[in-house]
Structure formats: C-alpha cells, structure tokens
Design a protein. Structure first.
Length: 223
C-alpha cells in the first residue's frame, strides 16, 4: 500500500509539473550538446596534435586525467569566482568541457595510433601530404574509436551537468537540489525522483542516438 501511495503521488506530481520538468530536460539537453561539441573540438584537436610524440601525449593525458579527478562542486565553486563566468551556464559549460576531455583525447590518440602504418604509407605513396593523410585516411579509420570516446564523454557530462544547478546552472539538477533543500516537504521526494529519473532517461536516449549515429557514419568494413 505504501509503495502504491508513493507511486500515485509521483504520478500526480508529474501530471501537474510536466511542463516544468520537460523545460528543464530541454535545458539539460542543450547544455550537454554544447559541452560535448566543445569538448570534441578541443579533445580531437589535442589528440591530433600530440599522438605522434610520446612525451607531449603522456603530458596531455595526465592533465586531462587530473581534471577528471577534481570534485565537481569544487570546480564549479572555483569558476564562480572568475570574472566573466560567475553563476550560471558559462561556468557549468566550461567545467563540463574539462570533464569531458579525457575520453575524447584518449580515444583520438588510440584510434590514430591504431591505423595500419601500411595504409598511411600507401596514402603517402599516392602523393598525399600530411594534412590530406590525416583528414582522408587516418581520422576516418580512427572514427569508430573517437566516437566511442564521445559516447563515454557524453554520459559523464549528462551526470555532472545535474550538479551544475548548485551554481544556478540549467537542467534537471534544479529539481534535485530543490527537492533536497525541502526534505520533509510534501513534494521533496517527487522533485528529487523527477530530476534523477530524468537524467537517467536522457542518458539512455543519448546512448541510443550514438548507437544509431555509429551505424550511419561507420562503414561496415571497419565496425
């Protein structure tokens, strides 16, 4: 009976607050898309820049790995104090980009290093310059591994984005923190559940999108 009462309460909450939950979910999607796009540009760029040389490669991976170990609340709190960032989406996006770098940088490096040297030499023998080989041969062959890095990065960012509500960031985290602040209140549990389940649903949807995107963009021969 208690379980049924809890579920009915949650259903009633969603019926009355559906528009609000949906609006926050859309905000969450946008902040994730922006952060993943920026992390991909920076991450792939770093991977391409250092994959040929051991020491720079190790240094970049070490720095990206260190960034991922910084507690999110501490990093958000630090960015709030920086002029031009402060409370809100800018600080959240910057932090999410930093958290999303490691999987993309690492997989870009691994993917490029895994390209068969004979294929690269053949492209060179056909008269392709370094830039042409990278864009037309190496990156396309490394794409499945890079996409996997983006997929992992996206799931990390989806979860951490919810904590961004701590500094007035957009997204479903607003429901979670509001509910936690009202523990004992009538809708406190419903708000926390709505935010948490919303994040889980978004993670599942993004993962499905990546699965479809991978099938569309990766040739059968290199899947």
């Amino acid at each position: 009976m208690e379980d049924r009462g809890w579920w009915e309460s949650f259903q009633t909450y969603l019926e009355f607050r559906y528009d609000e939950v949906l609006a926050l979910a859309i905000e969450h999607i946008w902040v994730v898309l922006i952060s993943v796009a920026l992390a991909t540009i920076v991450g792939v760029g770093l991977g391409v820049a250092v994959y040929r040389t051991a020491r720079p490669r190790e240094l970049v991976l070490a720095v990206c790995g260190t960034l991922l170990t910084i507690p999110s609340l501490a990093l958000f709190g630090l960015f709030v104090t920086i002029p031009g960032l402060g409370l809100g989406a800018r600080s959240v996006v910057l932090a999410l980009v930093l958290y999303g770098l490691l999987p993309i940088v690492r997989n870009t490096i691994v993917g490029l290093l895994s390209v068969d040297a004979a294929v690269v030499e053949s492209a060179q023998g056909m008269g392709m310059g370094r830039a042409q080989r990278l864009l037309r041969v190496e990156l396309p062959l490394a794409w499945p591994v890079i996409l996997t890095g983006m997929r992992v990065s996206t799931l990390i960012i989806i979860g951490i984005a919810a904590i961004g509500a701590y500094i007035n960031g957009p997204g479903l985290g607003d429901l979670i923190f509001t509910g936690l602040a009202r523990i004992g209140g009538a809708n406190a549990l419903n708000e926390v559940l709505a935010g948490t389940l919303g994040v889980i649903v978004l993670a599942i949807l993004f993962d499905l999108v990546y699965a479809v995107f991978g099938r569309v963009t990766i040739p059968k021969g290199i899947r």
